[in-house]
Design a protein around this ligand. Structure first.
Ligand code: SAH
Length: 215
């Protein structure tokens, strides 16, 4: 893996594009600058890493579009030291962005092949502090709960109560919700009395949140 001046230039362009689309948080933009996104794609597709599009990775999954990663990260309002659970590790890129921002990141993947590949890859690129878990994200991870924030990076038809239960009072969950092809980006805030408040942030398209694990 090699990060060149040309790649940095492509990242700078991508960041300018994200700015024009309304991403203003400088710490998030610097995460995009400092994390070589082309490492997360197959070498043959390096240049695709810096276009603002989703892209297929292994096992029929996708690395989310940069803009979507930036929006989800913005909605999470990440603070240094936040304990965050990500569901849907995929390529590991979103987990690295959260880790770069100083969060303590746990990420769950249901596909064994992707889990193995991404766990090793994160070690190799110096993000070994991201804790990768193999399992069904529907169940969250009671062992490491509660979390300040939970991020779902696959499309759910409803939010499993187990995940809400694993959120601290005052915690935030960001999740694409919807039953058809298109989902609504939701921010769910768990009030201190355990009731929840939901806000809507527009339409997105994610791969499905599937029950159970895949060996
Ligand atoms: N966050 C990823 C993008 C993930 S795509 C990135 O930055 O690259 C969605 C991922 O969610 C896929 O890898 C898919 O296998 C995983 N997934 C779907 N249902 C899941 C479940 N129940 N538990 C854990 N992971 C799940």
């Amino acid at each position: 893996m090699q990060d060149t001046h040309r790649h940095r230039g492509l990242r700078q362009k991508l960041i300018n594009e994200l700015r024009t689309k309304g991403i203003t948080d400088e710490s998030i933009l610097s995460a995009f600058m400092e994390i070589p996104r082309h490492y997360f794609l197959d070498k043959a597709f390096s240049d695709w890493a810096y276009k603002d599009v989703a892209f297929p990775i292994d096992a029929d999954q996708t690395i989310s579009q940069p803009y979507t990663v930036a929006v989800q990260t913005t909605l999470l309002n990440v603070k240094k030291g936040d304990k965050i659970l990500e569901i849907g590790t995929g390529s590991g890129y979103q987990a690295c962005v959260l880790s770069y921002l100083g969060a303590k990141v746990y990420t769950i993947e249901r596909q064994k092949k992707l889990f193995d590949k991404t766990s090793k890859f994160l070690q190799d690129i110096g993000f070994g502090q991201v804790r990768t878990l193999y399992g069904d994200g529907y169940l969250g991870t009671p062992r490491f709960a509660p979390f300040d924030k939970i991020l779902l990076t696959a499309a759910a038809t409803e939010i499993p109560q187990q995940l809400i239960d694993q959120l601290k009072p005052g915690g935030i969950m960001v999740a694409p919700l919807g039953s058809g092809d298109i989902q609504q980006m939701k921010r769910i805030i768990k009030n201190t009395d355990d009731t929840i408040r939901e806000e809507n942030f527009g339409n997105y398209r994610f791969v499905p949140f599937l029950k159970g694990i895949q060996e």
